[in-house]
Design a protein around this ligand. Structure first.
Ligand code: BTN
Length: 269
């Protein structure tokens, strides 16, 4: 299996000409492509440590130790997109969630521009047809409470075999009438990198309040009923720290609480 850089570059130029998902054009960034490595996130840190400047991207056709959220392994057989982008955001550590929300919003929004009705499961799962299409794992390095470097890792199911409750784009296309289909892994790579960078640029341009509003518009989790500590609740929003706002009703009284990702795990609908 090969990676055709020309298709990647042509797709990038095509997106840049269209002017979406945000109006300003994003300059292309250096990309390194690997056949088999442990993890593109790990590779990106190696590249940064060797003195490569950011932004910078790495793709692997296969990973042997792909990292998922919460210490899980991300199955990474041939056919999937395994991608990491390194940036130097210079934002406060307490705003870590801004990176998560801008990345998730950027990728979902650019995929929606390709007629894929992708939405988000809080905080950062990409959902298509009620199943997981992809996930995001962000790693950061900090200095004096500032994030100096971030590695944004994305896995998107393209033609790879997927676990239960997941979907790949190939099987989605087989049963849909979608126009404007993404035609290759190379094209998907350009779209995903452009989506990550434009999501971050959008956040820099409009700020967290408008980013949260845009994020909420594609958040499947909004309005969902959940149980927390035995109480029934409804998801009513997301805070500017990325916490889930839940309205709990118990014995006639209503309270709104904020939950962080470690406090609750949401299922699929
Ligand atoms: C999740 O668990 O939902 C997040 C999965 C993120 C996987 C990607 S694949 C490319 C990058 N490199 C890794 O080791 N992990 C991320």
């Amino acid at each position: 299996m090969k990676f055709d850089v020309q298709i990647y570059q042509e797709t990038w130029q095509h997106i840049a000409r269209q002017g979406f998902p945000i109006e300003s054009t994003i300059q292309s960034i250096p990309l390194e492509v690997f056949a088999t490595i442990t993890s593109t996130n790990t590779k990106l840190w190696e590249l940064i440590d060797r003195g490569n400047s950011t932004p910078l991207a790495a793709i692997a056709l296969k990973q042997t130790a792909g990292k998922g959220q919460w210490g899980r392994v991300w199955q990474s057989s041939l056919g999937g997109l395994y991608l990491s982008v390194g940036i130097s955001p210079q934002i406060s550590l307490s705003n870590n969630a801004h990176l998560i929300m801008s990345t998730a919003w950027g990728i979902a929004t650019i995929l929606r521009n390709y007629s894929l009705p992708v939405s988000l499961k809080w905080p950062n799962d990409l959902i298509l047809d009620g199943c997981k299409l992809g996930g995001i794992k962000i790693e950061t390095r900090t200095q004096q409470q500032q994030i100096t470097h971030a590695v944004i890792g994305i896995g998107i199911n393209w033609t790879n075999a997927v676990p239960p409750m997941a979907i790949n784009l190939q099987s989605y296309y087989q049963k849909s009438q979608a126009s404007d289909r993404i035609s290759s892994l190379e094209a998907l790579s350009a779209i995903a990198i452009y989506g990550i960078l434009s999501g971050y640029k959008y956040y820099q341009q409009v700020g967290i309040e408008r980013l949260v509003n845009s994020y909420l518009k594609i958040l499947l989790t909004l309005g969902q009923t959940i149980t927390f500590n035995g109480c029934l609740g409804e998801v009513v929003g997301v805070s500017d720290r990325g916490e889930l706002k839940v309205k709990l009703t118990s014995e006639g009284a209503t309270t709104i609480i904020n939950l962080s990702p470690g406090q609750i795990s949401l299922g699929y609908r």
